[in-house]
Each structure stands twice: as structure tokens, then as C-alpha cells.
Design a protein around this ligand. Structure first.
Ligand code: FAD
Length: 490
């Protein structure tokens, strides 16, 4: 019997970045039908895939703002969230450097602001103590704000953890389905009709979590102005061989456009350097520039003695969704009942995601109370990583499934068994990048040169498509062409 899927939902969430996915997971605790519509072929394809991965303490945001509240609450919730969703997270502390006595006034301001925001344990330390903590700091390092609650998290796993767990609890995800229009529900009923490139759906409540496009989605229902600028940030990622350059996240004093250039270990043991900040017109403008990369490497030299520029294995850029007012907008639109904007979620949006999920789920209960699910599944496990296992554990895995003996990505030691697990799970990988973010195949220093064709072959076999149909990230991003096929010059 053919199952006809309902086209009516209680809630539609637009956007499956970390914000939309966190909201989906928290709302999935409630007895509501929920649909997430995402324009890209996978979750975590927007800002959520290209950021610093820092769990900020909360000393930077202006007291009383949504940013300050969500940051501090998100930081509090992060450890438990990552434990239940099996997401790599470490409370590695942050240090905000001052390079002179005058800069120390800036640190004092941050400390006072942090204390007002409720950030625990902040202190100012001077050079001797600083070098005991981080011996590779530059000769310029004079003092620092020490932030013991600072941390690092894997942004991909956090986003996928929320999304997969939401799916486990009944949330439907329609990927590669951009929203093109929103209209009031038919016959004067409460709610909206949401049209995509494929279908039209109805929902009582619509949540706009569309990142840099949140202003466009907002304008589909509201006349109250909202303007989101894409603020690009570029990065260099360094090989794990220099992963012990610093163990804490090293910031410089924040400037007008953001928190400045940092040097930090990642949750997976690489070193990340960046970002700069540049407002751009193009909401898809994630290319890097020679000038931008040179700028971040030069600035990083103020923080650490030797910048490992010869160990840079890749560069990338992400777009912050900067709203003109400078704060997170998380509320029902003034002139559009039951339409909730979750917009302007620039940094510290990753840190704030667990708190934003909690807050929006609370808003829904105020607007339209329902009972909670008795059978809510709180835990989710990520794809197991064979590289961290003992020899006995590996042998046991291989006995159970020989695919765990077939190493596909040599740099990160990722096996066929792990790739199969990434494909065959809730919201499983369907693209090369999807496999990469779920397993780390292709994240090593060879830049996927060795493993990508082998991953393409596995994806094609498992998805029942030809290798030519496998894409890097959906749409036209094909990797292989058939003999005789014309290739566009673009
Ligand atoms: C350079 C940089 C550094 C950062 N560093 C940090 C950090 O260290 N710590 C921290 O806490 N935060 C950081 N952030 C902020 C953090 O990355 C973001 O706040 C967070 O990822 C925003 O998530 P989101 O889900 O709101 O947006 P996104 O991840 O962009 O998701 C929005 C989604 O909406 C989808 N969408 C858009 N239009 C449509 C449509 N019409 N139909 C359907 N779907 C649509 C998009 O495809 C996208 O998947 C940083 C951001 C950047 C850019």
C-alpha cells in the first residue's frame, strides 16, 4: 500500500543549519508534527559548516541583548547537549590577549561585561602566568582575559546531532527543497501555506531559520523591514602535526566587525587560524581571497611565535548573517501572527544553538500549548570512529563486518564500514561532502586526492546511482563527467 504523506503540519521550520536543527530537536519533545525545509542537499551547508567552532564564554555581547542571554545559556547547556548527542566538545578555555598596558583597559571592560552577563570565573592574567599556560605565545603577549568556560565543539556534528535526533523523534526533513513563497492559509484559517520548488504545505506555525536568507523569508510575510548582510570570514586550517601549537583558544581584543582573528585547536586536533570580517553583497560568496588569507596569517603572528603557514592544508570562508540592529531576532513577527523569526544569528550562534532551541520551543508552548512526548529519545550516537579504537576493539569490529578493514581515507584512517554507516542512518549522507562531515574522509592533508573517487564509488553503489550522478554537495556540483559530455567553462 502506498503511504501518502501528510501535507499539513503543526510547524514548518525553514533552514537546517544549527539553528533550525536545534529548534527542530527541542520542538520534537512536544506532541506536534514538524517539517523542516532545507534548500541544500544536506543539513549543515550554510554558516554552520564554516565557522571557528568556538563555544564562547559570553563576555563579548552587550548585557541585556538576546545575544548575551543565548550565549551564556548555550554555553551552560553545551556539555550536556554534546554528551547526549555524542558530539566532540572540549572545555579548553579561551584567552583574550592584550598587547600593551592600554589594551588591558579593553580586557577590564570585557571582564565587567562578562560578569554582568553572568559568565563565571573570569580573571586577568599577566605575561608570566600566560606563558606557563601557553608557551608558544608571541613576544607581544602582555596580558589576557582568562575565560575558563570557553570551549571548542565540532560544528558539523553539533548540527547533525540535533537534526538526526529530531528525525529520530519524528521530524520530517525535506532536503534540496527551497522555499519560494509563503501565503496566509486558505479560507481564512490560522497559519500559512509554504510553497517550495516541489510542493505546497500548510502549517499553523512557521519558523524562519534561513541564515543569510532570513530577511528574504521574512519579507514573504512581513512588511517590517529586516536586512541581513553577509559578513564573510576566511580561515586557514593547519595539519594535525602542529595541533599542539596552543591548547587554549587565543583571541585578540574584539573589533567593530567581530571577535577578531583567533588561533585555536579544533575539536578534532587541527589548528584553525582566522577569521577576518568583510561585508559583501553576495549571499553565496564563500570564496577565499589571497588578501584575506594573508591578512589573517599576518594578524595571527601577533598571537603566536610561529604561524604554521607551511602546514596549512586547506582554506575556506563562511558568511555571518549580520542583521542591521546587531542583535539576534528571536520573536513572532510584529505583523505576522504565528510566524517566528530566528534571524541575525551570527556569532555566537553556534554556542547559542542549544539555548535558541530551548527558547523557541518555549515560545511555541506559550503560543499553542501541547503535551510532551512520553517516548522522546534524547540520545543519538555519531558514526563510530575506528581510528580511536584499541587493537582488540578494531579486530572485533572487523570480525563483525570486514568493511571496517578496508581503509578508504588514509589521512584520517576512515574505513568503508564507517562510510556505509554514514550513508545508512537517519538523514544519511548522499554527497561527497556529506560523507566527509560525518566521517572525516577527505579532511586530511591530501585534500581528498586519494579517497574521493573511492567514496564516489561507494556512494554510487549504495544509493543505486551512476558515479557520474554523485555530487560534491548536491545540485550541479558533479565530480565526474561521462565520455563525450560537454563541460561548462564556468
Ligand atoms: C566566519 C564565522 C565564524 C563564526 N564563529 C563562530 C564561533 O566560533 N562560535 C559561535 O558560536 N558561532 C560562530 N559563528 C556563527 C555561527 O556559525 C552561526 O551563528 C550559525 O552557524 C548560524 O546557524 P543558522 O542555522 O542560523 O544558519 P545557517 O547554518 O546558514 O543555516 C541556514 C539554512 O537555511 C537554509 N535556507 C536559506 N534559504 C532557504 C530557503 N529559501 N528555503 C529553505 N532553506 C533555506 C540554508 O540553505 C541554510 O542551510 C561564526 C560564523 C561565521 C560565518
Amino acid at each position: 500500500m502506498k503511504v501518502v504523506k501528510s501535507m499539513k503540519y503543526d510547524v514548518i521550520i525553514i533552514g537546517a543549519g544549527v539553528t533550525g536543527s536545534a529548534v527542530a530537536r527541542e520542538v520534537s519533545r512536544q506532541n506536534r508534527s514538524v517539517l523542516v525545509l532545507e534548500k541544500n542537499a544536506d543539513v549543515c551547508e550554510g554558516s554552520s559548516k564554516a565557522n571557528s567552532g568556538i563555544v564562547h564564554g559570553g563576555y563579548d555581547a552587550k548585557p541585556g541583548t538576546m545575544k548575551a542571554k543565548m550565549n551564556v545559556r548555550g554555553n551552560e547547556l553545551m556539555e550536556e547537549t554534546c554528551r547526549t548527542l555524542d558530539v566532540p566538545f572540549k572545555r579548553n578555555e579561551s584567552l583574550v590577549l592584550a598587547f600593551s598596558q592600554e589594551d588591558v583597559d579593553g580586557l577590564r571592560e570585557l571582564l565587567a561585561r562578562g560578569e554582568e552577563n553572568g559568565v563565571p570565573g573570569l580573571s586577568i592574567i599577566y605575561r608570566d602566568e600566560l606563558l606557563e599556560l601557553e608557551p608558544n605565545l608571541s613576544d607581544k603577549a602582555y596580558a589576557a582575559l582568562r575565560v575558563p568556560t570557553g570551549g571548542i565543539v565540532c560544528p558539523f556534528e553539533l548540527t547533525m546531532g540535533f537534526a538526526e535526533n529530531a528525525a529520530m523523534n519524528g521530524v520530517e526533513f525535506h532536503l534540496a527543497e527551497p522555499v519560494t513563497a509563503i501565503a496566509p492559509a486558505a479560507d481564512g484559517q490560522e497559519g500559512y501555506q509554504v510553497t517550495t520548488t516541489k510542493d505546497t504545505y500548510e502549517a499553523k506555525i512557521v519558523i524562519n531559520a534561513a541564515g543569510v536568507y532570513a530577511d528574504k523569508i521574512h519579507a514573504m510575510v512581513s512588511k517590517v523591514p529586516m536586512s541581513i548582510t553577509a559578513r564573510r570570514g576566511e580561515y586557514c586550517l593547519c595539519d594535525k602535526s602542529v595541533g599542539n601549537l596552543v591548547s587554549r583558544t587565543i583571541f585578540q581584543l574584539p573589533g567593530k566587525l567581530g571577535k577578531g582573528v583567533l588561533v585555536t585547536p579544533t575539536a578534532h586536533g587541527n589548528i584553525l587560524i582566522g577569521p577576518n570580517a568583510e561585508d559583501i553583497e553576495d549571499k553565496e560568496g564563500t570564496c577565499t581571497t589571497a588578501e584575506g588569507l594573508a591578512e589573517i596569517l599576518a594578524k595571527a603572528a601577533d598571537s603566536v611565535k610561529t604561524v604554521p603557514s607551511r602546514q596549512v592544508i586547506t582554506s575556506f570562508a563562511g558568511l555571518r548573517a549580520h542583521e542591521a540592529g546587531g542583535d539576534f531576532i528571536i520573536r513572532e513577527a510584529e505583523d505576522a501572527k504565528n510566524f517566528i523569526d530566528v534571524a541575525g544569528i551570527e556569532s555566537p550562534g553556534l554556542t547559542s544553538a542549544p539555548a535558541i532551541g530551548e527558547y523557541v520551543a518555549g515560545l511555541l508552548q506559550e503560543m499553542d500549548p501541547v503535551s510532551l512526548k512520553e517516548n522522546f529519545i534524547a540520545e543519538r550516537k555519531r558514526v563510530l570512529q575506528i581510528s580511536g579504537m584499541s587493537a582488540e576493539e578494531k579486530a572485533a569490529m572487523i570480525r563483525e563486518n570486514p568493511a571496517f578493514a578496508n581503509v578508504i581515507c588514509r589521512c584520517e584512517t576512515v574505513t568503508e564500514g564507517e562510510i556505509l554507516a554514514a550513508i545508512h542512518r537517519p538523514l544519511g549522507a548522499t554527497t561527497l561532502d556529506g560523507v566527509k562531515r560525518r566521517t572525516r574522509a577527505g579532511m586530511g592533508r591530501c585534500g581528498a586526492g586519494f579517497c574521493s573517487t573511492r567514496v564516489v564509488a561507494i556512494l554510487a553503489r549504495e544509493l543505486g546511482i551512476s558515479p557520474e550522478e554523485v555530487t560534491k554537495f548536491g545540485g550541479d556540483s558533479k565530480i565526474l563527467v561521462s565520455e563525450g559530455e560537454e563541460v561548462s567553462a564556468e
